[in-house]
Design a binder for this molecule. Structure first.
Ligand code: UD1
Ligand code: UDP
Length: 370
């Protein structure tokens, strides 16, 4: 079977690392070979936003790199669509594999669906029910055009059912959990907290990059006011996404970075190391909310809703939006609660699977060889 995998943004490299490895392992023990070629749209292009993940997570080098850097969604998605279509016409793969909810996901899906090439969507069924988010539009479109829907959670399955999608759904668990479990002890051995001048359980890890926060001055300012107050109590380490750096400059808010411990975006293993030892994580990232959960670290989410509802239902992730007072109120709540992960002692079944999602995906793909 011949597969083309489309990736473009940081979280997709991490998810693809799990499945590409499972494909290689499958090939080592089977005659039913999968030939995977990686197509990188170029959406993320800085060394620290792209190449570092390919190197560190040993992701096969992309066969194609489209180098598409565009600011506007239409131009970015349109250029990707045009170029991906040409490659698909030339390669004629049996399947296209996409991850998550970025513009690269949508462009790959549209190109393949129009050419009647089956699409397999990893991280299907996630919904925020907020259509002002570009990611929500990308997810809905992708799910409705996909032939294989690999859901990370039961809630995702129910979301699809709610939209009338009943077939070809596989609740395999979360590929990000596979990656987190694989690299946790390696990260612990390889990186020391001293490199960031912090100590175990004595700092906050923070990330901010969502368009709804970075591109609205009032929200961005309010978030950074809150972070400045938290930083008066405990160091706040923030690997700064290039989008947020650019917008802080544009809004003349760069001075709000001064009280924070700002670092460049870090590699995946460094991020895992920082996550594991943080007292809490404050983020608007989808992936990092889950990683906080995987590493048993309380999380404050700088969004008005989340797709990862299980973490909120279990009480270890608190939705804060971008309001400074709410963020600080929830910060006090998590400081007072020293047993946010009490449910782990109750032996309840946990969401996100058992760390074998990527193997299950490969099993389904090979069983349905197109
Ligand atoms: C994209 C995804 C978002 C995901 C995020 C992961 C969409 C609509 N958004 O958002 O869902 O959570 O990736 O990080 O697909 N930039 C650089 N260097 C880079 C990459 C980006 O400088 O390597 C800057 C550019 O100025 C660019 C801006 O960041 O215009 C935004 O990048 P873009 O890929 O459009 O969106 P993200 O905010 O990264
Ligand atoms: N990440 C990383 N280095 C960083 C910030 C994030 O390796 O400096 C990883 C993080 O551990 C997670 C993924 O990138 O696995 C999340 O990506 P991001 O927050 O950019 O996107 P989202 O998940 O919100 O789409």
């Amino acid at each position: 079977m011949k597969i083309i995998t489309v990736v473009g943004a940081r979280p997709q490299f991490i998810k693809a690392a799990a499945v590409s490895r499972a494909i290689l392992e499958h090939n080592a023990g089977s005659n039913n070979l999968i030939t995977e070629s990686i197509l990188h749209t170029g959406q993320h292009y800085d060394e620290k936003m792209s190449a570092v993940f390919f190197d560190q997570l040993e992701i096969p080098n992309p066969k194609y790199n489209l180098g598409i850097i565009e600011k506007n969604h239409g131009a970015m998605t349109g250029k990707m669509l045009e170029q991906i279509e040409m490659i698909l016409l030339d390669e004629r793969p049996d399947m296209l594999l996409v991850y998550g909810d970025t513009n690269s996901t949508l462009a790959g899906t549209l190109a393949a669906a129009k050419l009647h090439i089956p699409v397999a969507h990893v991280e299907a069924g996630l919904r925020s029910y907020n259509r002002s988010m570009p990611e929500e539009i990308n997810r809905v479109m992708t799910d409705h055009l996909s032939s294989f829907l690999f859901c990370p959670t039961q809630a995702a399955v129910q979301n699809l059912n709610g939209e009338g999608i009943e077939q070809h759904i596989h609740n395999v668990g979360d590929v990000m959990y596979d990656v987190a479990m694989k690299y946790r002890s390696i990260a612990d051995r390889r990186y020391q907290l001293e490199q960031w001048q912090v100590e175990e359980n004595s700092y906050i890890l923070c990330t901010v990059h969502r368009a709804e926060n970075s591109d609205q001055k009032a929200r961005l300012q309010s978030i950074f006011y809150a972070l400045n107050e938290v930083a008066a109590e405990i160091p706040v380490v923030l690997p700064l996404h290039p989008r947020t750096r650019k917008m802080l400059k544009e809004f003349n808010l760069e001075y709000l970075l001064d009280p924070l411990h700002i670092i460049e975006p870090v590699s995946y293993l460094e991020m895992v190391r920082l996550e594991m030892s943080a007292k809490a994580i404050i983020t608007d990232s989808g992936g990092i909310q889950k990683e906080a959960f995987f590493h048993k670290v309380p999380c404050l989410t700088l969004r008005d809703e989340t797709e990862w509802v299980e973490t909120v239902e279990l009480g270890c992730n608190k939705i804060c939006g971008a309001n400074k007072d709410v963020i600080l109120e929830k910060w006090i709540e998590i400081c007072r609660d020293n047993d946010m992960f009490y449910f782990l002692k109750e032996g309840r079944g946990l969401p996100y699977g058992n760390g074998t999602a990527s193997y299950k995906i490969v099993e389904v793909l090979t069983a349905n060889d197109c």
